[in-house]
Design a protein. Structure first.
Length: 143
């Protein structure tokens, strides 16, 4: 009898543990620090949108591997791969210098952000003080 009770208790704990490991399909904002970040700017781009890949080189250079990227108008997803232990992010600004969105600050990790963009030319850059000035910026052309 005691063994049966113990088996039932262990089984119940296993079921609860497995339920806790299940996915969270709703977007309740309960992300952990390691989860990719998503930032969305105000609507206005329309169209199908696209994804651009931006990465840092391995090592310690203050640079992005890409200086120019192209995207379609609409929701533009930035997939950022920071291969360095030094923290970096990717921010997007318009020609007037207004920041429209970007990724979280990460190190040795990946993150993404989605920004709704109209056709035009934008600047992407790292917002860590001194990094942009050292060359961590590029052009995002949206058609």
């Amino acid at each position: 009898m005691r063994r049966a009770s113990a088996l039932i208790a262990v089984s119940a704990l296993l079921v609860l543990g497995l339920a806790a490991c299940g996915g969270d399909d709703d977007d309740d904002g309960g992300e952990t620090a390691a989860a990719p970040a998503t930032t969305t700017a105000p609507a206005g781009g329309g169209g199908g949108g696209s994804t651009v890949d931006i990465s840092t080189p391995s090592g310690s250079d203050l640079a992005f591997e890409q200086s120019e990227v192209n995207a379609k108008a609409g929701p533009v997803t930035i997939d950022f791969d920071n291969q360095q232990a030094v923290p970096h992010d990717v921010k997007v600004e318009d020609s007037g210098g207004e920041e429209l969105g970007g990724t979280d600050l990460i190190s040795s990790s990946t993150a993404n952000a989605t920004v709704d963009l109209q056709p035009g030319s934008y600047t992407f850059f790292c917002s860590v003080p001194g990094h942009r000035e050292a060359g961590m910026e590029g052009t995002l052309t949206v058609k």
